[in-house]
Design a binder for this molecule. Structure first.
Ligand code: HEC
Ligand code: HEC
Ligand code: HEC
Ligand code: HEC
Length: 132
């Protein structure tokens, strides 16, 4: 491939990436590529509608920041996939990806006594999600 074509392809990919990062309004389910062998249907999470219904204004409640094993309350991470900081198989003392999602989602649902806490309520089949 000529050089300018490679450059063009790279730019296009970059632009699409940026575009995706700001289209959370369209997000309906979570299905991170980090989980290679899926055992469940993707978890339902209509991002904007969820946060409106749940009355969560502070993005940092979910998009926290931190590095080197320490959370930093002064930094948030909107748009950064959880998988960028949480490995599927994490080092001892770090929160692995599956646990990160489950603890954050179910933790709040249990605390607020609102929102799903059983497997099938989040891991719905596509057909069930479409009728919502
Ligand atoms: C209840 C938790 C929660 C709240 C509150 C929340 N988000 Fe998110 N957001 C998520 C999750 C989970 C993802 C998917 C992360 C991943 O891919 O691992 C996400 C993804 C995103 C993405 C990437 C979208 C994409 O299509 O990849 C952006 C941008 C984003 N959020 C911005 C925001 C902003 C801005 C706010 C505050 C107005 C906010 N979020 C509030 C949970 C939340
Ligand atoms: C910029 C890096 C970063 C991102 C992005 C990030 N985290 Fe974390 N998270 C951390 C660090 C650092 C810790 C503390 C060390 C640990 O437990 O691995 C942590 C801890 C946690 C914990 C442990 C309990 C707690 O609250 O301290 C949960 C649960 C969690 N994260 C869920 C998530 C979810 C869900 C997402 C995506 C919406 C996410 N994290 C995105 C850095 C991040
Ligand atoms: C900080 C609190 C909080 C966090 C974090 C949170 N939720 Fe919720 N969620 C709620 C509340 C509150 C409700 C109930 C809203 C209502 O119906 O009044 C809810 C409702 C839901 C519903 C049902 C909504 C509907 O439209 O039927 C789903 C599905 C859901 N949450 C998925 C998730 C997933 C997946 C995550 C993690 C990525 C998550 N939630 C993280 C607070 C939270
Ligand atoms: C509050 C919503 C919620 C509930 C309840 C929930 N999960 Fe999840 N789960 C998630 C989210 C979000 C992810 C990450 C997105 C994905 O992979 O679907 C996830 C990921 C997973 C994964 C890794 C991805 C895969 O398909 O292999 C497994 C396995 C899983 N969950 C099993 C369960 C089981 C078993 C239960 C019941 C004990 C359960 N979950 C309950 C939200 C939930």
């Amino acid at each position: 491939m000529p050089r300018y074509l490679i450059l063009f392809a790279t730019l296009t990919a970059l632009l699409c990436g940026i575009n995706l990062a700001y289209s959370q309004g369209d997000m309906l389910v979570l299905s991170p590529e980090a989980f290679t062998a899926k055992r469940r249907p993707p978890a339902r999470f209509p991002h904007d509608a969820h946060n409106e219904k749940a009355k969560i204004d502070d993005c940092g409640v979910c998009h926290h920041g931190g590095e080197n094993g320490k959370r930093d309350p002064n930094v948030t991470s909107e748009g950064t996939p959880c998988a960028d900081c949480h490995q599927v198989s994490a080092a001892p003392g770090r929160t692995p990806l599956l646990r990160a999602y489950h603890v954050q989602c179910m933790g709040c649902h249990m605390e607020k006594k609102a929102g799903p806490v059983t497997c099938g309520q989040c891991h719905e089949t596509a057909a069930a999600t479409e009728t919502k």
